[in-house]
Structures are given as structure tokens and as C-alpha cells.
Design a protein around this ligand. Sequence first.
Ligand SMILES: Cc1ncc(COP(=O)(O)O)c(C=O)c1O
Length: 418
Amino acid sequence: MTAWPRFKMYGVPTIFRQAVSDFAGGRVQSGDDVAALERALSDLTGAAHAIAVPQARVGIHLVLKSLIERSGKQKVVLSPYTIYDVVNMVVSAGGIPVFADIEPNNANLDPDAVAPLLDDGVAAVLVTHLHGLVCDLERLGSLCRKRGIPLVEDAAQAFGGHWEGRALGTVGIAGVFSFGRAKNVNCFFGGAVVTDDGELARALRDEVRDYAAMDPAKLAKRVLSCLGYSVAVSRALFPLITHPLYRWLTLRHPKRGAELLSTERSPVLRSSLPEASRRKLSPMQARCALGQFPALAEQQRKRGKLAEIYRSGLANLPSLRLPIELPGTDNVYLAYPIQVSDRVALQQFMVRQGRDVVIQHIGNCADYDCFAEYRRSCPVARDVAASVLLLPTYPDYPPSEARANVEAIRAFLEVHSQ
Ligand SMILES: Cc1ncc(COP(=O)(O)O)c(C=O)c1O
């Protein structure tokens, strides 16, 4: 049995060659590639301005900080089903997070839950396109326009997606992309903000200009950890070593195994942006990101085909909830999220058959103790956060494996839904 991993990093092996050559040649900080990346992002999205940031979360912080200062208002309405540091970015920007519940099928903000929260104290609505699934921009956009509230897009997981022919990230006042290690453009960590708003762009540039250069030790550490992961999921090692290890963890210690591999295991409240985050994206990282742009569209097409295999193969199963594509959307499908009540049992069933799938580690931030002062009841987010399992969609994942996943899930549900 040759098991395929749950996820493979994008940009490999080119980004490692780039990193090794730039580190060895002392060129990590050389070149005007950050400006080139920003120009390429403007060309690709049609946005007037693109500003590179060290991580998407820093971009979110900067955009919100500027909007809060501009409006003198503090509330930021957002989805609780996101990484906890996004909530920290609201707080560190001087905002008050107001959680609105999500829609069950695409797991993004529910316009009906957002509407009653929009009052004169709201500085911005931060929408998320989680899993690369476009949120209900039609209704959320219309709600915000009616009240004159800026809509900000967290498109960290949705670079390359579209809504009504417009690039995601350009529908609201600003959009934020991530080029982190688990994203479809990977420069170890990194991100960008796009906007048509000149004042906002100037404010962001003024802030980023004062940031220190990227810490080479931190960057080198991240390159090495990415290299380690890539080796662990390589065709040579994954079936022999990594999968058996994952299998053992999943079967023997499902909870600890999931926690061990999660970046969300110990959420904490941070009321200011850590000093270590105030760094400029390095030219080396910009080169890594730029090198991946030509492959973007083809990779998205491949993910779309895998999503179609899952969608058609898993349709009409009463105990499974599938994502719904909203009209006019071109979705990124960074992974294909399915919802099932006993996801641990399904994961274990699949692992036993040599099928590696991962439990979504993102939780319902509205329930976290560290955010107790912002707690709101978001029952849909609570339910979704306990049910999502991610099916692989990375571009070289074989369609035959996706079909085998479908078979395995159907077999599991036949037994477990009786
Ligand atoms: C929905 C969402 N928003 C924001 C971020 C932050 O991205 P970054 O790691 O580049 O700061 C992530 C990262 O995983 C994310 O998934």
C-alpha cells in the first residue's frame, strides 16, 4: 500500500534551492523582488496597491488598525471559526472582536447573524474565505454598503479565487493573502494586502517601512522545518515511516496526535502585536513567492477537479455535510472540508486503510477561555468546529486517491449511519 499524505507543501523543491542559494551567497536581503512581487500582485488581482507583509495576520492587524483609527470606532465583526491569532489581530489593532455565527455549509460568516450586529460602533466586518471557499460576498457586501461599513477580506486561504469575475481580496476595501507554509503560494511565511484605497495603502506602507529586516535565524529555522516536513511526506519516506507513525498516533492517541500536529492547541490572548512580527518580507521570500505565480491557475484547476470528485462521489449522503459553492464563485479549495459527526472514527477508519486525512484543527474562537470577554453563543460554529475533516486537494494528489477516499467514506457511513 503506498499511502499519500494529507498535504504537500507548494513551491517545493524550488523554494529550497532558492533559500539555500540565497543563504549561501548572502543574498537573502538583496534585490528589489519585494517591489516586483507587489507589482505582480496588483497585475494579478487588478488592485491599485499591493503591500507585502511578513505574515497575513500582520496585514490584518495593519488594515484594522488603520480603519479603527480612521473611523474612531472599535467593533470588528468576524467569524469565530478562524485561527485564534486573527482574533488577536483585532485586539492588538485596538478593536473589539464581535463574533457572528457562520453558515453550516461553507463555514463562513452567516449574513443573517451579521445583520443584527451592525450598529454605529462597527469599524469593519472581517470576512473569511475559509478553506478557499468564497463566503457570501453578495449579501455581506450589500449589508456593509447599506451601513457604510468597510468590508475586509481575510483571503489567507483563498489566493487566486474569484467572485463575479473579481479577484478575491479586491471586493472589500482591502484583502489579505497568506504565503505561509500551508498555503497555495509558499514562501515559508509571508503575505500581502491589496487595496484600491490610497489612504489605507499609504498608512500600511508607512508602518511596514519602519519594520526591521526579516530575522535570518527565524527564517532559516522555518526553512529547515519546511524541509523536514517535505522529506517526511516524500514518496520515499511517507509510506515507510511517516504514515505508520501517523497511523499509530491516530489509532492509539487520537486526541494527543491531533493536538501534537495542531498550531491551534494553546490559544492565548495577545493585546499587542509581538515585536518579532514587525519584520519586512525578505527579497528571497518574494522571489520564492513570485516563482509560484505561473503555476497558480493550473494548480487551481487541478484542485477543482479533485473537489468535483469528492462533491459528486459524496453527494446525497444524509450523514455527511458538504461545502456548497455559492453562485458566481470560483473557489480555491485549499482542502475539501467535509463534516461528519464522528470525525475521529472516520479518520481512524481511513487511516486503517492507508488513507491519510486530517482533522481540521481550527476551533470556535467564540468558546475559547482566552477570549472569554468577547464570548458569544455561536452554535453553528461550535458544531462545525467539531465536525470538519479535510480531504486532500493538493495538485499532485492523484484523482484515483480521491476516488478511493470517496469509496472509503461511503463504506464507513454505510456501517455507521445505521
Ligand atoms: C483564515 C486564516 N486567516 C489568517 C491566517 C494567517 O496567515 P499567516 O500565517 O500568513 O499570518 C491564516 C493562517 O493559517 C488563516 O488560515
